[in-house]
Design a protein around this ligand. Structure first.
Ligand code: AMP
Ligand code: ZN
Length: 120
């Protein structure tokens, strides 16, 4: 574990993925985040961007520096996945009521299809 992988939680699936326990292919990685494809894709492109540090969600007082790196990775991932020109949607769920099922902060990057103009 590097200094950036703070607070790794034994029972957290994303901490295990970040630690390399499942030999997951990383679409992108840097000192702060890793990105990997969602196991249950909801669009032709569905990639998750996950901070190396275990933070539950935006209500868990994440370091603004970490958020800067998390959101800076979005366009890089979109380029790598080839959806930066066609367009992509990002989703980030906070809490069970919003549909969060993995309690390690992450941003969904969805693309490769035409989305409706609504939000829900
Ligand atoms: P959320 O509902 O916002 O918490 O999103 C959690 C996402 O993690 C879902 O889209 C799941 O399909 C995805 N997911 C859960 N386990 C894995 C895994 N082992 N590898 C990749 N994606 C996963
Ligand atoms: Zn975690």
């Amino acid at each position: 574990m590097t200094g950036k992988e703070l607070n790794a939680q034994d029972d957290c699936i994303f901490c295990k993925i970040i630690a390399g326990d499942f030999n997951t292919d990383f679409v992108y990685q840097d000192d702060y985040v890793v990105a990997f494809d969602d196991i249950s894709p909801q669009a032709p492109v569905h990639t998750l961007i996950v901070p190396r540090q275990h933070v539950i969600n935006l209500e868990d007082n994440p370091d603004p520096e970490l958020l800067k790196h998390l959101f800076s990775a979005v366009s890089k991932v979109a380029q790598i996945k080839g959806v930066n020109e066609s367009g992509y949607r990002i989703i980030q769920n906070n809490g069970r009521g919003a549909g969060q099922t993995v309690f390690h902060l992450h941003v969904h990057v969805l693309g490769g299809k035409r989305f409706s103009e609504g939000m829900a």
